[in-house]
Ligand binder design. Structure first.
Ligand SMILES: *Cc1c(COP(=O)(O)O)cnc(C)c1O
Length: 384
């Protein structure tokens, strides 16, 4: 296969050139441990603190409100599991949505199995949750709200600032999984009214295996990982300096491209082209959606077969969520939108980055209709 058309940037991204350049010295000659006192170690320490400053600038936070972790998933686990401990005297009720990423969903399931009471707000057909429903589900024993900034499967952007305002009024802690948002749309923590915000390096042009958590000043979060006391005693383990440096450099690069007008233009071109295929529907919010996510369901189509045929043309895409692609259950997110199991099985997510071109979109729009038609001709459900 010669040409790759990479349309799976919500699963992971190519590492940005700027990130590779920034990281390279720390993979080669500057290998010192940032906790060491000699100059070689201090070079790593300086790079670590510069990365923290860069992240803080983008988030509109103070550097000492930023902690580096081993992944978006780790940040989420830490935020949720430690926030509820801070408020354990108040109660054991948590509010979330029914379209969260498995990192949040399964952390909450674990807590639900361990004595916590979780309310999952139901989303509407666009993946939006209602602020009124949120207001009426708040209780005197509610300790935490965790709602994602933007959804990874359907691209819907949620009203985080409004949710945060409500959380503040009711003195409930608020965490947001911003993994799909940071570096893609504005994520100023003061505008969003959040106490805790998680994100990940590899969804914005950094390397895999590095994440970050914003913790609002004054919130004395206990560590999830104990050990040598790195990250001011909050997250032990020798810091992944190349990863952290890549995250910060990629983030600087990503915000330099914002607002992603060109990506949005290509997304909309893709959406209007794909919707010309009969019995095809856009999933997610038609307006409040991430610049890079075009997501669909095709009636009478099996998403996995679609991916295999796209792959024969070098087109990389996703169906449902990558994390659940080895199970036959349709995505919980698509079911939450009110789609039937059958329709939810026929989903396709095409996610773009600044590297994509008109050529990529034209090629995809040239191949996709034929593939869909071919699969439908073989489907017992299809009746033209
Ligand atoms: C990818 C993703 C995560 C997990 O991040 P990792 O760094 O891969 O652990 C969490 N939430 C959302 C919305 C994601 O897209």
């Amino acid at each position: 296969m010669d040409k790759i058309v990479y349309l799976d940037n919500a699963a992971t991204t190519r590492i940005s050139k700027r990130a590779i350049d920034a990281m390279m010295p720390f993979l080669t000659e500057d290998y010192g441990n940032p906790s060491s006192l000699y100059s070689l170690g201090q070079k790593s320490k300086v790079a670590l603190e510069n990365a923290r400053k860069t992240v803080a600038e983008v988030l509109g936070s103070r550097p000492d409100e930023v902690y580096f972790t081993g992944s978006g998933t780790e940040s989420i686990n830490w935020a949720i599991k430690s926030a509820i401990k801070l408020k354990q005297d108040k109660g054991k009720h948590i509010i979330s949505s029914n379209i969260e990423h498995p990192a949040v969903k399964n952390t909450l399931k674990y807590l639900g199995d361990n004595g916590y009471d979780i309310t999952y707000l139901e989303s509407d057909k666009h993946g939006q949750i209602s602020l009124d429903a949120l207001r009426s589900s708040l209780r005197s024993d509610t300790v935490l709200i965790s709602v994602m900034t933007a959804n990874n499967e359907i691209g819907t952007i949620l009203p985080i600032a409004e949710i945060g305002k409500l959380a503040r009024e009711r003195e409930v802690l608020f965490h947001t999984d911003a993994v799909q948002a940071v570096g893609h749309i504005p994520t100023d923590v003061n505008e969003l009214n959040v106490d805790l915000l998680s994100f990940s390096g590899h969804k914005l042009g950094g390397i895999k295996g590095v994440g970050a958590l914003y913790v609002k000043k004054g919130l004395l979060l206990q560590p999830l990982i104990h050990g040598g006391g790195q990250e001011r005693g909050k997250r032990s383990g020798t810091e992944n300096i190349p990863g952290i440096v890549s995250l910060a450099a990629a983030l600087e690069d990503a915000v330099g491209h914002m607002p992603l007008r060109e990506v949005t233009r290509l997304r909309d071109k893709l959406i209007s082209g794909v919707l010309k295929i009969p019995r095809t529907h856009l999933t997610g919010d038609p307006i409040n959606r991430l610049p890079g996510i075009a997501s669909f369901v095709f009636e009478c189509i099996e998403g996995e077969s679609l991916l295999l045929l796209l792959n024969q043309h070098g087109i990389c895409a996703s169906s449902g969520s990558a994390c659940s692609s080895d199970s036959l259950d349709p995505s919980h997110v698509l079911l939450a939108l009110g789609l039937s199991h059958e329709t939810a099985h026929g989903s396709l997510r095409l996610s773009l980055s600044v590297d994509n071109t008109d050529e990529d979109i034209d090629f995809t729009l040239e191949k996709l209709p034929g593939i869909v038609e071919k699969l439908r001709m073989m489907s017992p459900l299809w009746n033209g």
